[in-house]
Design a protein around this ligand. Structure first.
Ligand code: DOR
Ligand code: ZN
Length: 425
C-alpha cells in the first residue's frame, strides 16, 4: 500500500496542516510531517472533507446497463468526491430479493471505486401490493438497512405501517418517495402558474405534503424510522418541522436540483429538466435552503438518475423523469451554501453515513480513522461539459453552466480512486 502525504491542507475548513495516509487509515494530522516513503500531494488551497455519502443513487444495473452500470456510476461518484453510495432498488429485475441486492453489492465490491450499499425494495416488484423479503435482504451479505420503492410511493397506508414495523427489528429505515399517486395522475411538472401557462398537467405540492404528513404520523405511531426522499416544497418543510419538534424519528433529504432550479426551466420544453418530484418555485427553493441550514432537512442526496438518450431526448411528455447528480453535487452545494465546510460535511457525509449505518464513512480525517476522504479545490470554477462526465448518460441539467469547486482527489480506505481530478481506474 502506498502512503500519501497531503501537505498544507485545510481539514474541513480549519487552518492548514499536513495529513498522512498509511495502510488504509489516516495515520497523522499535524503540521510539519515528513514521510520519505510517501507520495506527496500539495494540498495548498485544498479542503479535505470526509468522503461524501449519497443516500440516493440510481445505478441502473441490473437491467439498464446502457444508461449506467455499477462501475460507471461508481466512477461518477468517486469523481464527485463520494466514497459511498446507496443504490436504489428500481432496477430490472427490482432489488426485492436477497439475490439481487447481493448481486449489486458484489458488483460494487468488484468495481472498488466507492462502497455501494444496496437499498432494498419495500414491495415486490415496486408494485405496492405485497411486502418484499425485507428480513432476507437485511440478513444477506449486503446487510440492507434502507428500504425504498423510490420512483413509486408506498401509497397503501397499511403496507407502509407494516414495513415500518418490520424494519424496527434491525433498526432499518423506510425511505419514502412521497407522492400521492391519485393527485399526480398524468402530471408533467409542478402545478402552478407556469404549468397553467404551458398547458401541462400539474403535480401539486399537496401530493407530497399529504404523504409526508401521513407517514410521520405512522412512524410516530409505531415508533419506527422514516426517511423522506427528495423533499421539494415549502409545505413539506413545515410538516417535517412539526414532526421533528414532537420527536418523531424522521430524517429528510433535498436534492441539489431542488435547491437551485425552478419550474420556469420547463418553459424550454427541454426534458433534461423533467424530474420527479418536479422542479418547484423560487419560494420553495428559499424554504428548502433555510431548512437545510437549520437541520429540518438533514442531508443533500443526489437522486442521480441516469437515462439513455432515447428516454430523454424526446417530447417532454414521453421523457423519463430524472437528472444526473453525482459529479456536480458538491459544486451545487458550494454554490448554494458557500464555503460552509462544516455544514457541507454534516449534510453530505456525516449525517447520511449515520442514517445509512455505514461505519467507517462520514468521519472527519483524524488519526486512526479509515482514510475515506476527498480533496476539494474551492477556487476553481469549471464549466460542465456533458461529454466529459464519467456517467454513461448525458442528462445533466447543468450543461455549460460554470460552477464553483473541483474534486482533486478521493481516497477509499487509503487508496486513491481519483487523483489530479481524474479517475485512477
Ligand atoms: O426523477 C426521478 N427519477 N425520480 C424518481 O423518483 C425516480 C428516478 C429514476 O429512477 O429515474
Ligand atoms: Zn424518488
Amino acid at each position: 500500500m502506498t502512503a500519501y502525504l497531503i501537505t498544507s491542507v485545510s481539514v474541513v475548513g480549519a487552518a492548514p496542516t499536513d495529513l498522512l495516509i498509511r495502510d488504509g487509515v489516516v495515520a497523522e494530522v499535524e503540521a510539519g510531517l515528513s514521510a520519505p516513503d510517501a507520495t506527496v500531494i500539495d494540498g495548498t488551497g485544498l479542503v479535505a472533507l470526509p468522503g461524501l455519502v449519497d443516500l440516493h443513487t440510481h445505478l441502473r444495473e441490473p437491467g439498464r446497463e446502457d444508461a449506467e452500470t455499477v462501475e460507471s456510476g461508481s466512477r461518477a461518484a468517486a469523481l464527485g468526491g463520494y466514497t459511498a453510495v446507496c443504490a436504489m432498488a428500481n432496477t430490472s429485475p427490482v432489488a426485492d430479493t436477497a439475490g439481487v441486492v447481493e448481486q449489486v453489492w458484489r458488483l460494487g465490491r468488484e468495481a472498488g471505486l466507492v462502497d455501494v450499499q444496496p437499498v432494498g425494495a419495500v414491495t415486490v416488484g415496486l408494485a405496492g401490493e405485497r411486502l418484499a423479503e425485507l428480513g432476507a435482504m437485511a440478513d444477506s451479505a449486503a446487510q440492507v438497512r434502507i428500504f425504498s420503492d423510490d420512483g413509486h410511493c408506498v401509497a397503501d397506508p397499511l403496507l407502509m405501517r407494516r414495513a415500518l414495523e418490520y424494519v424496527k427489528a434491525f433498526d432499518g429505515v423506510i425511505a419514502q418517495h412521497a407522492e400521492e399517486p391519485r393527485l399526480t395522475e398524468g402530471a408533467q411538472m409542478h402545478e402552478g402558474e407556469v404549468s397553467t401557462r404551458l398547458g401541462l398537467i400539474g403535480w401539486p405540492a399537496v401530493a407530497e405534503e399529504a404523504i409526508i404528513a401521513r407517514d410521520v404520523l405512522l412512524a410516530e405511531h409505531v415508533g419506527s424510522r422514516l426517511h423522506v426522499c427528495h423533499v421539494s416544497t415549502a409545505g413539506s418543510v413545515e410538516v417535517l418541522r412539526q414532526a421533528k419538534a414532537r420527536g418523531v424519528r424522521v430524517t429528510a433529504e433535498v436534492t441539489p436540483h431542488h435547491l437551485l432550479l425552478t419550474d420556469e426551466r420547463a418553459e424550454s420544453y427541454d426534458p433534461v429538466f423533467k424530474v420527479n418530484p418536479p422542479l418547484r418555485t423560487a419560494s420553495d427553493i428559499a424554504a428548502l435552503r433555510a431548512a437545510l441550514a437549520e437541520g429540518v432537512i438533514d442531508i443533500i442526496a443526489t437522486d442521480h438518475a441516469p437515462h439513455a438518450v432515447e428516454d430523454k431526448e424526446c417530447e417532454w411528455a414521453y421523457a423519463r423523469p430524472g437528472m444526473l447528480g453525482l459529479e456536480t453535487a458538491l459544486s451545487i452545494a458550494l454554490d448554494v451554501l458557500g464555503p460552509e465546510w462544516d455544514l457541507i460535511a454534516e449534510r453530505m457525509s456525516r449525517t447520511p453515513a449515520r442514517i445509512a449505518g455505514l461505519t467507517g464513512h462520514g468521519v472527519d480525517p483524524a488519526p486512526g480513522v479509515p482514510a475515506n476522504l476527498t480533496l476539494v479545490d474551492p477556487a476553481v470554477r469549471r464549466t460542465i461539459e456533458p461529454a466529459e462526465l464519467a456517467s454513461r448518460s448525458r442528462n445533466t441539467p447543468y450543461a455549460r453552466m460554470t460552477l464553483p469547486g473541483r474534486i482533486v482527489a478521493t481516497f477509499l480506505r487509503g487508496e486513491p480512486t481519483v487523483l489530479d481530478g481524474k479517475a485512477v481506474k
